[in-house]
Design a protein around this ligand. Sequence first.
Ligand SMILES: [Zn+2]
Length: 79
Amino acid sequence: MSRNLKARDIAQRPNAVVRKDNHSWQVQSTDGRSNYTVIDWGDRKQCNCVDYRRRKQECKHIKAVEYVVLKERFGDLIN
Ligand SMILES: [Zn+2]
């Protein structure tokens, strides 16, 4: 599964992406056994998973957050 598909899979699980405050989310891992923290710095997001730390690029947890944020804002338009 690609990162995008995994991200969408996480985003569609109930309570897998939980907003903690204005700048951070708690995101479930793919296997559902642990959680990562995604922080929004305004111009970029960071995650504390291994994938992000290695690649310094958007991991599936960050993509899951962005998917949920878009769904919150625009979901009503397409449902
Ligand atoms: Zn991550």
